[in-house]
Design a binder for this molecule. Structure first.
Ligand SMILES: O=C([S-])c1cc(C(=O)S)c[n+]([C@@H]2O[C@H](COP(=O)(O)O)[C@@H](O)[C@H]2O)c1
Ligand code: NI
Length: 391
């Protein structure tokens, strides 16, 4: 499991994200190659080492032709969806733009379809957003966690004239995220940075427990009295190499007085907050009442947001928290080609016996697109994985 921790004491913007991820090891050539799949021309990406406040970092810049069309949400979605980028990258990039459009619409009293993106519709915002999503995929990141975000003060000049800081769209986007005020005059978190981090991060909090593998620093444009840097720490949390054991958190509560439809909704919410699994067990509770034992499995940093959500969403007034050991099969992730498209596969190995498990979501999308039975995609994916492994 690979984690990217975004440490944002100087804030976050689109170019800082790109710089930090490239500095952390995302291959710039591969990034440019993938970005070239977008039907966009007239821009150039450059990456250079810079020193900010005595600390070396990477500045990734996008230069483009002066006159960019005023793009609306559907234009940007079309650009992303016309690319040959993977469905996952397309979905995440569109989600960042949709959140941005919703925030702008709320602030300007219009609809998300009618928002003119102005600055944020320019080609650099598209490159920053899609590029950040591509870099996370190139680095194989499974989970993004962010520090709380600092709020500067003052005003910023933009298409509307002067806007108070934090910018209205930034504040709209950060609802629900932890923020704190700092005595800094200037914009620390831009709307693009706010949309990226609130869409891509599963949780906000302190530095997570992990084995630190790489660190990247992305430079911002402005100069402050402190280094204007975003630091991304890449780490991994694998099961112990000798015992195969790792620790997992178990949250549990028994519920006997709630509309069961709420559980379906909860199911959708908890996974976006970092739950690894959620299941219900039928139980007999006091006074002979039939109830459901709700169990959630998660990493330690997801415990607090999950507890808050379960208490807010359900009728429960308390939750049991346990730290447990679990054994994890050594596994690897590979992507195989089938007649229908690419499928990610998890391969677990126990004493030479292999457990080949195609990703359900990849198979489901291909089955839906090609109108073939899901089991046919599974069969092809497993056969293709076996052939690849035999080579
Ligand atoms: O042009 C528009 S609509 C605009 C709106 C807002 C609001 O908060 S509303 C803010 N801004 C400022 O534009 C620049 C560029 O933003 P990026 O996210 O593309 O970096 C930034 O200073 C925003 O605060 C523009
Ligand atoms: Ni605006």
């Amino acid at each position: 499991m690979k984690i990217a921790y975004f440490h944002c004491p100087a804030g976050i913007s689109g170019d800082m994200c790109l710089g930090a991820l490239v500095d952390a090891g995302a291959d710039l050539n591969e990034l440019q190659h993938r970005l070239a799949l977008l039907p966009l021309t007239g821009y150039n990406i450059s990456s250079s080492p810079v020193v900010k406040g005595g600390i070396s970092a990477r500045k990734v810049s996008v230069e483009y032709a002066e006159h960019q069309p005023h793009r609306r949400l559907h234009d940007i979605i079309e650009i992303i969806n016309q690319s040959g980028l993977s469905p996952e990258i397309q979905e995440k990039s569109c989600a960042v733009f949709c959140r941005l459009a919703e925030a702008e619409a709320k602030v300007h009293g219009t609809t998300r379809e009618d928002v003119h993106f102005h600055e944020v519709g320019a080609v650099d915002a598209i490159i920053d957003i899609v590029g950040t999503v591509i870099c996370l995929s190139l680095l194989g990141i499974d989970q993004v966690i962010s520090s709380p975000l600092p709020m500067g003060h003052g005003f910023i000049k933009c298409a509307h004239g002067l806007l108070p800081l934090p910018a209205p769209a930034t504040q709209e986007l950060l609802k629900g995220a932890p923020v704190y005020g700092v005595d800094v005059e200037g914009e620390l978190v831009t709307p693009t940075g706010a949309s990226l981090i609130t869409t891509l991060a599963q949780s906000f909090g302190p530095y997570p427990e992990m084995r630190l593998d790489a660190v990247g620093r992305g430079a911002g444009t402005k100069n402050f009295a402190f280094p204007n840097l975003l630091t991304v720490s890449i780490g991994s949390r694998d099961a112990h190499p000798d015992t195969g054991r790792e620790q997992i958190m178990v949250l549990e509560t028994a519920i006997d007085d709630m509309n069961p439809e709420i559980f379906s909704h909860l199911w959708e919410v908890v996974f976006s907050l970092g739950a690894l699994d959620m299941y219900l067990t039928a139980v007999q509770m006091k006074k002979g009442r039939p109830g459901s034992l709700l169990t959630l499995l998660c990493r330690s940093e997801a415990v607090d947001p999950l507890i808050q959500t379960v208490l807010k969403e359900t009728s429960s007034l308390g939750i049991r928290i346990r730290r447990e050991d679990r054994f994890c099969c050594p596994r690897q992730k590979v992507t195989v080609r089938t007649r229908f498209g690419e499928v990610s596969i998890k391969i677990g190995t126990v004493e030479g016996t292999m457990n080949i498990s195609p990703e359900y979501e990849d198979c489901r999308k291909l089955a839906q697109f090609h109108q073939v039975p899901l089991k046919e995609i599974y069969l092809e994916a497993i056969t293709s994985a076996k052939n690849t492994l035999q080579k």
